[in-house]
Design a binder for this molecule. Structure first.
Ligand SMILES: [Zn+2]
Length: 191
């Protein structure tokens, strides 16, 4: 393994590509990394936010995305795939997605104001899928981004684990720990 690459995460939709002979991106503020470099780990830290890993096994390109409500609201997943298409000539039908543990609609209550903003911004998603009362389903937005990008439904893999209420695994949750929290690292490496 040559390097471990992650960004200073700021809930943005800034997306960086990692190229080994270019200046380091490690201190850059952003929330998604794309690379085609071999033996380099690219990853994101999460505790309630959604980690998404993308893999194009044909062009050998991978990405790691950190998508909290802001990144999700701003469709960082859609934008990351658009950059994979533009910069690496990826075909969406070759990309596979892996959605990791995050706070799910069982536990993620948001304010009326944020609910209204999401209903307005994500009006193409069924209301019943997007919200259960005031509980937001971040994954429904991300899956919508993936499908809109042209990805195949059977290439979308979701763990279905809620960081807040899962009891089977020890998962870090920002909300549950009220700020005093650890984080998980979701990463991908090309061999
Ligand atoms: Zn839950």
């Amino acid at each position: 393994m040559k390097d471990v690459v992650y960004l200073k995460q700021v809930h943005s939709d800034n997306i960086f590509t990692y190229v080994s002979d270019k200046p380091s991106i490690k201190d850059k503020e952003g929330d998604a990394i794309i690379t085609n470099e071999k033996k380099v780990i690219v990853g994101v830290f999460t505790a309630d936010c959604v980690p998404i890993i993308l893999v194009d096994e044909v062009n050998k390109v991978v990405a790691a995305i950190h998508s909290g409500w802001r990144g999700t609201f701003n469709s960082i997943t859609f934008k990351t795939i658009a950059k994979m298409k533009k910069d690496y000539n990826c075909k969406p039908e070759n990309i596979k997605a892996y959605i990791g543990p995050h706070i799910r609609e069982c536990c993620y209550e948001v304010s009326e104001e944020l609910k209204a903003r999401f209903l307005n911004e994500k009006s193409d998603i069924d209301k019943e899928k997007l919200f259960n009362k005031n509980n937001l389903n971040l994954e429904s937005c991300i899956i919508s981004d993936l499908k809109k990008s042209g990805m195949l439904e059977n290439h979308i893999n979701a763990l279905g684990l809620c960081t807040y209420c899962n009891k089977e695994f020890k998962l870090h949750s920002y909300r549950k720990s009220k700020g005093d929290y650890g984080r998980m690292f979701a990463f991908v490496i090309l061999e």
